[in-house]
Design a protein around this ligand. Structure first.
Ligand code: NAD
Length: 477
């Protein structure tokens, strides 16, 4: 059974509702157990964070940053270890896991800029003999609730920026992939951060609800599915906390007739089937405009059928397993539903379901419409729906019909079409000729509509705004 981190002590959960198995999704074997902590465990973690806050929030910024640089160095040192932990309990390929660790470390790189990022501003002589100064202060104890699909990167979106700004932290990793957050916390202690600055409480719904209700938690960062994002946003806000809650996705890839299949085909494969489709930036619907379908579908289907499915730690594997058997079955259920609703199955990955582990191969459904379940519900697996549109206007309208607006991307050689798409598509992260429009650590990351509840996005300067409160001082001597 893995342990919670309370202050500097790794402790068994005391108040939980039992435990859940942690699997290796490539084999179906149970590799450990995660406790389902309850409110007393959450209370212990928040109290440890609160006790640390007094000293940590007054620790000079250069000292906080020195520790963050040390953390960065240790993360580089443990890079391969972190990647193999991700693959072992999430399933993605080692290359995908390495990409995840790199993107996570980039947020730590960004956090090391705190002496610049945390600066306030000043205006002298705002009126006769009066000056005004803006200072940034930490918020207090902050908490983070990540999803299962990026067990290292998403926790790193959260606590490094919070702690470098002088806050202390409680992280509740996903109960399905808790080993990434646990390893990040071990390395955090190794870097020399004082006890209680980062605490870990493992668990699921009860632990989340205890964090949302806790009077000493001042800010909540959440990433996960849309219904839970909405619940977290409403509950935490009702309890007076600041919240950033990132939800699900139904990302559209628009392919114009002038798009070059040599670029588009590998890009769509990466977008739809990378990370086995368990990515909030995964392309879920390809909208072929006009004649694009004729040039695209055959090479796309041929290439998708050839993708190598298997355990993520085996060289040459391109598509790993899904997270759990029930999730794999749910995704396969969408394929059945799509066919029943009239879609045409071009590539059927369900033959992979017979192997041990939680596999489903790349699947392509053609002639999907936005009304079908596969056309508008988040599937979160390696299933690509293909829709047809006569014009760019129609394609944008199809994307904008979605209740979710995380990412959208277009493939075209026309600057005009690209610009039109950028201006009109309702997605917080928009790509032009790129498969995954992921903002780097120094830009804000988030979607629009049901993909995001809150106002300040994660990382970038939005992250600094979220983790600080401002004080304006008016002075006359
Ligand atoms: P999830 O919503 O099931 O779980 C996310 C977190 O919420 C977990 O830590 C879990 O313990 C907790 N949780 C689950 N149910 C809860 C409940 N009823 N009450 C309180 N807490 C609860 O999401 P998941 O399956 O782990 O992750 C996949 C989802 O996350 C997908 O919808 C995906 O699109 C989304 N996601 C979004 C982004 C983004 O940036 N917008 C990034 C990654 C993943």
């Amino acid at each position: 059974m893995i342990a919670n981190l309370i202050g500097s002590e790794w402790r068994r959960a005391e108040d939980g509702a039992g435990s859940l198995p942690i699997y290796n999704p490539a084999t179906g074997e149970v590799i450990d157990q995660v406790p389902l902590s309850g409110s007393a465990d959450v209370d212990a973690a928040v109290n440890a964070a609160l006790a640390a806050y007094k000293g940590w929030s007054r620790t000079p910024v250069m000292e906080r940053v020195r520790l963050m640089f040390r953390y960065k160095a240790l993360l580089e040192q443990h890079f391969e270890d972190l990647a193999s932990i991700i693959t072992r309990h999430h399933g993605k390929t080692l290359d995908e896991a390495r990409g995840e660790v790199r993107r996570g470390i980039e947020v730590v790189d960004f956090a090391c800029g705190a002496p610049t990022l945390l600066q306030g501003r000043t205006l002298r002589d705002v009126s006769g003999g009066v000056d005004q100064d803006l200072y940034r202060y930490p918020v207090g104890v902050c908490a983070g609730i990540p999803p299962f699909n990026f067990p290292v990167m998403i926790p790193l979106w959260m606590f490094p920026l919070a702690v470098v700004a002088g806050n202390t932290y409680v992280l509740k990793p996903s109960e399905r992939t808790p080993l990434g957050g646990a390893r990040l916390a071990e390395i955090f202690l190794e870097a020399g951060f004082p006890e209680g600055v980062l605490n870990i409480v493992h668990g699921a719904r009860d632990a989340v609800d205890a964090l949302l209700a806790h009077p000493d938690v001042r800010a909540i960062s959440f990433v996960g599915s849309e219904p839970v994002a909405r619940h977290v946003y409403i509950t935490a806000a009702a309890n007076g906390k600041r919240v950033q809650a990132l939800g699900g996705a139904k990302n559209h890839i628009v392919v114009m007739p002038d798009a070059d299949p040599e670029i588009t085909v590998p890009a769509i494969l990466n977008s739809a089937f990378g990370n086995a489709g368990e990515r909030c930036l995964a392309g879920s619907v390809a909208v072929a405009v006009g004649a694009a379908a004729d040039r695209l579908l055959q090479p796309l289907s041929d290439a998708a059928s050839k993708l190598v499915v298997g355990p993520g730690d085996v060289a040459g594997v391109q598509v790993g397993p899904l997270i759990r058997a029930d999730h794999r079955d749910r995704v396969a259920g969408y394929v059945d539903k799509g066919v029943a609703e009239g879609a045409q199955l071009l590539v059927d990955g369900r033959s992979q379901m017979s192997r041990p582990g939680f596999f489903l191969g790349p699947t392509i459904l053609d002639r999907v419409t936005p009304d079908m379940a596969v056309g508008h519900e988040e599937i979160f697996g390696p299933v690509l729906s293909v829709e047809r549109a006569a014009t760019l206007d129609e394609a944008i309208a199809q994307a904008n019909r979605m209740a979710l607006g995380n990412m959208a991307t277009i493939f075209t050689q026309s600057g005009r079409a690209g610009r039109e798409f950028r201006e009109r598509v309702e997605a917080g992260m928009t790509g032009i000729n790129v498969p995954i429009a992921q903002p780097f650590a120094f830009f804000p990351f988030s979607g629009w509509k049901g993909s995001f509840y809150g106002d300040l996005h994660v990382h970038g300067t939005d992250g600094i705004e979220f983790f600080t409160r401002k004080k304006v001082v008016v002075t006359r001597w």
